[in-house]
Structures are given as C-alpha cells and as structure tokens.
Design a protein around this ligand. Structure first.
Ligand code: SF4
Length: 215
C-alpha cells in the first residue's frame, strides 16, 4: 500500500473537495501566493479586495503603481512595504520576460518556470510551487509547515528532510495530475488547521488517526 496516497484518499472521503485555490484568474492566484507569506488567508482576501476595488489586479497596473500606493492597498496582509516590492518585482519581470502572458508562461517547461520564479525576490520554493500548481496547473506538490508536521508525526519523514525530500515522497507515487496534487495540499492544510495542531493534536477527531496510517 502506498501510505501517502492512502492518506489522500481517506482525507478526500472524510473532508471532501476543498475547492482551492479561491481566485478568479491565474494572476490573482499569483498575487495571493505572494501575499499569503507569514499571514493568514483572511488578511490576504482583504488585501486582494482592496486591489480589485482599485483595478490593481494586472501585471501592468501593479508595475505602474507606486510602492506607497500599492503598500497602502495590501496593508491588511502585513509586511506591506516588502510585499509591495515583491509584487512589483514579479509584475515587472513577468512583463519584461514573458509579456505578462500566463499562456506564454504556462507553455514553458515546468522546471524552467520554477527556476525563473525562484530567481525573483520574495519567491521561495513553497510560493514558486503554489504558483506552478494553482496558477499554471503544473503537476507539482506544495510542501508547507502543515505537511511537514503531519508527515513527521506519521514517521513518513525525519526532521532532517529537505523541501525536495518531502516533495519527492508525494510526487513519486501520485498521478502527475495537478488537480489531485492541489487537492492533497489543500486537504493537508485543513488537517493542520483543525486537527494536527502544533501543541495539542486532536488525533481522536482526525480522519487519519487509525494505526494503518502510522509507519
Ligand atoms: S492530528 Fe493526529 S492523527 Fe491527525 S495528522 Fe496529526 S498526528 Fe496524525
């Protein structure tokens, strides 16, 4: 039995589809992926709503907006001065290198896009993979702190496991399907938020508490 895939199936049947990523366009996914660093999603939603209300939801409008104005709109997401720079850096490079076209970006090889994303300020592995998966529909797995905690507690990884090690454990046995990989990440976030808490995990209520899910 592939344990990680079994966990996915159990979570899906217990918690259902998570309908991620909540956004109207791929570019909005990208903005959300950058803004969600070090804050919760509710704050990101407020910031995105402000951007939408001011028509600042395209690469052109963000690239041409002043840092101060952009920062004011995204203030609810925290670290707004830094995040405004990240959004402008992304938008400027996206326009310069790919004409601001999601289609052009999506048509490139996955590893080439990942390398490009990682060359941008404010884009680490988790953000890059979130963009690849949810904005560009590339079949990659996003590793976050919840994933690490759940996998550690089920002895699927050890403390020393790198981002790439965790990602490989999932990708090697999962179908190369962005919908499934996106669903699994969303389900793990749900488990992390509601059951696998840092201090007092609620195992008795968790859908994967059976002994079969422990190594
Ligand atoms: S809450 Fe318990 S059963 Fe659920 S993922 Fe965490 S350690 Fe596993």
């Amino acid at each position: 039995m592939n344990k990680v895939y079994e966990i996915y199936k159990r979570l899906l049947s217990s918690l259902g589809h998570q309908a991620w990523w909540p956004a109207e366009t791929p570019f909005e996914v990208i903005i959300g992926a950058i803004l969600t660093q070090n804050t919760n999603w509710r704050n990101v939603e407020k910031a995105i709503l402000n951007l939408k209300d001011s028509n600042l939801i395209s690469p052109d409008s963000i690239a041409n907006c002043s840092l101060a104005t952009l920062g004011k709109h995204i203030k609810p997401a925290g670290y707004y001065n830094v995040k405004a720079k990240y959004l402008k850096e992304f938008s400027g490079r996206f326009l310069q290198d790919y004409g601001g076209s999601i289609k052009v970006l999506r048509d490139l090889d996955c590893m080439e896009i990942r390398e490009w994303l990682l060359s941008l300020k404010g884009v680490g592995e988790e953000t890059a993979d979130s963009i690849l998966l949810y904005a560009l529909n590339k079949p990659v797995f996003v590793v976050d702190a919840y994933t690490r905690r759940i996998f550690l507690r089920h002895s699927l990884i050890d403390e020393a496991a790198s981002y790439g090690n965790v990602q490989e454990i999932v990708e090697k046995d999962f179908p190369q399907d962005s919908k499934i990989l996106g669903e699994f990440h969303a389900l793990l976030v749900e488990v992390g938020k509601h059951f696998c808490k840092r201090k007092n995990p609620l195992c008795e209520k968790c859908p994967i508490s059976d002994s079969i899910f422990y190594s």
